[in-house]
Design a protein around this ligand. Structure first.
Ligand code: NAD
Length: 497
């Protein structure tokens, strides 16, 4: 496994001719697992040219034939679920169950693509004028580009390339350079399922490769998931190059706790949603808003968080794994110090965390701050670590104001026993994914992943019907058939039909 990772070019694995590589490490040990090549421009040109050629054939493939290939692909992913989970766990550090969950949430998108014919249906209206009918077709656009982050190396690539390809496009995937082994294996299984070569290609590298690909005239659409500054840059560049773009960015997700909520449920849910996956989820709960007397629940929350510990992916009691890199760990620890310096109360300090047998892992223990206020850096920045901030609010209105004043709008949740409070929250909160007594409300793929405000730049979201719209163009046909012998009327000089 320590050999350099190949590109997946023109339907097969090829060693890059680049002399630049990025090491891929096991974040629990720092052992180098492989190296990701930084693809050359010549390789990227080849990928795009062959993807375009594959697209010209593939767009004519019947949707039902495409669906049958997706049925094979979802079965192969299920057959290899444990193997993929283990590979993913090694390069991300996620515990085995969570790593398998990462794969599973991607498989669910592939399952949806087995139903692609009905998702591609157009619309028809008979007799829009006398003897005139209108119907619409949806048609693919060409070569899609998907740029994905480190934190879900199976699920997020699987948000994009199956949908793009099922809709009739080809796709170039540029996965995160921090965990590129899982995406390569997803591509290998894709070809094993019987898809034509070159329809999916995997280009490795970092920002230079993204820059080149997203500006390339052969790319029709750009899908991006990652941090806010990069999402802004990718959205601006792609749209400036007149491409359709959807860019999913960072978040600061609040859970509001009402006094009538079930306390034990709240505590269990807060623990999993805040420090699960070491807090490296764009839908992680990073702020809990304690309303009214729930401000007295701080000690219980601290005690519950103190029970969970990170560990190596194959340790059954590992609640979560290490952070992705030493740099990520240093950043999170420095934000914790900033929280202390700016006056928040550090209830539980995860710095200096050790896991027996893994002295070099990027460990950070569960960390809890109370007395956090909106002017503090730990409130304003996405920490992306196992750190929960507690803020207080007098009532639901105050909690809503806090959330709606925050620039991000990815996810939020309300824990309550009141239907009226829940309805008000759903109606008034300016966040795209809302959970009622559900801490991480990620919609299943028959809906779409609908972050708002600075958590998303674009229009149509990922997977579901919105993604089909993103990856297709609508063609509207208006037709009239003349009966033989029907007298021709004179020229029509107005726009009336
Ligand atoms: P990142 O922005 O560092 O990297 C994402 C991708 O962009 C990678 O493929 C990387 O190679 C590339 N990249 C990095 N810098 C670039 C640059 N300057 N120019 C062009 N490309 C560049 O993000 P990450 O650290 O891998 O992922 C974590 C972030 O992703 C968090 O902010 C998280 O909230 C966010 N995220 C958002 C969602 C969502 O759906 N909103 C989902 C998952 C992750």
């Amino acid at each position: 496994m320590s050999e350099r990772l190949p590109l997946f070019l023109e339907g097969r694995f090829v060693q890059s001719s680049s002399d630049q590589s990025i090491p891929v490490t096991n974040p629990a040990t720092q052992a180098v697992l492989t190296e990701a090549p930084a693809a050359t421009t010549e390789e990227m040109d080849r990928a795009i040219a062959s993807a375009q050629a594959a697209f010209e054939q593939w767009k004519h493939t019947a949707p039902s034939a495409r669906a049958r290939l997706f049925m094979r692909y979802q079965q192969l992913l299920k057959d290899h679920h444990d193997e993929l989970g283990e590979l993913l766990a090694q390069e991300t550090g996620k515990n085995f169950e969570d790593a398998k969950g990462d794969v599973w949430r991607g498989i669910e998108v592939v399952e949806q693509m087995c139903n692609i014919p009905s998702l591609l249906m157009g619309e028809t209206v008979d007799n829009v004028a006398t003897g005139v009918d209108t119907h619409s077709h949806v048609q693919p656009l060409g070569v899609s580009l998907a740029i994905t982050p480190f934190n879900f190396p199976a699920m997020i690539p699987l948000w994009f390339f199956p949908t793009a390809i099922a809709a009739g496009n080809a796709c170039i995937l540029k996965p995160s350079e921090q965990d590129p082994m899982t995406p390569n294996r997803l591509a290998e299984l894709f070809v094993e399922a019987g898809f034509p070569p070159a329809l999916l290609q995997v280009i490795h590298g970092g920002k230079q490769q993204v820059q080149y690909l997203m500006e390339h005239e052969g790319i029709a659409t750009v899908s991006f998931v990652g941090s806010v500054p990069v999402a802004e840059h990718v959205y601006r560049t792609a749209t400036q190059h007149l491409k359709r773009a959807q860019c999913f960015a960072g978040a600061k997700n609040h859970m509001v706790v009402m006094p009538d909520a079930d306390k034990q449920q709240v505590i269990n849910n807060i623990v999993g949603a805040s420090v699960g996956a070491a807090g490296q989820r764009c839908m992680a709960i990073s702020v809990a808003v304690l309303v009214g007397e729930t401000r007295e629940w701080v000690t219980d929350i601290r005690q519950a968080l103190a029970q969970v510990h990170p560990g190596h992916w194959d340790q059954p009691d590992a609640a979560y794994g290490p952070l992705i890199s030493p740099a990520a760990k240093a950043r999170v620890e420095s934000l914790i110090q900033q929280g202390v310096d700016e006056g928040a109360t550090l209830e539980l300090d995860g710095r200096g965390c050790q896991v027996e047998g893994y002295p070099d892992g990027n460990w950070v223990g569960p960390t809890l701050f109370s007395q956090v206020s909106p002017d503090m850096t730990i409130y304003q920045e996405e920490i992306f670590g196992p750190v929960l901030c507690l803020v207080e609010a007098a009532d639901l209105d105050e909690a809503l104001t806090l959330i709606n004043n925050n620039p991000y709008g990815n996810g939020t949740s309300l824990f309550t026993a009141s239907g009226a409070a829940a309805r008000k929250f759903v109606s008034e909160v300016k966040v795209g994914q809302v959970g009622i007594n559900i801490p991480i409300p990620v919609p299943l793929p028959f809906f779409s992943f609908t972050g708002w405000r600075r958590s998303f730049f674009g229009d149509q979201h990922a997977y579901g019907k919105q993604a089909i719209r993103f990856f297709t163009e609508t063609k509207t046909v208006t037709s009239r058939w003349f009966d033989s012998g029907m007298p021709a009327s004179g020229p029509n000089m107005s726009i009336n039909l």
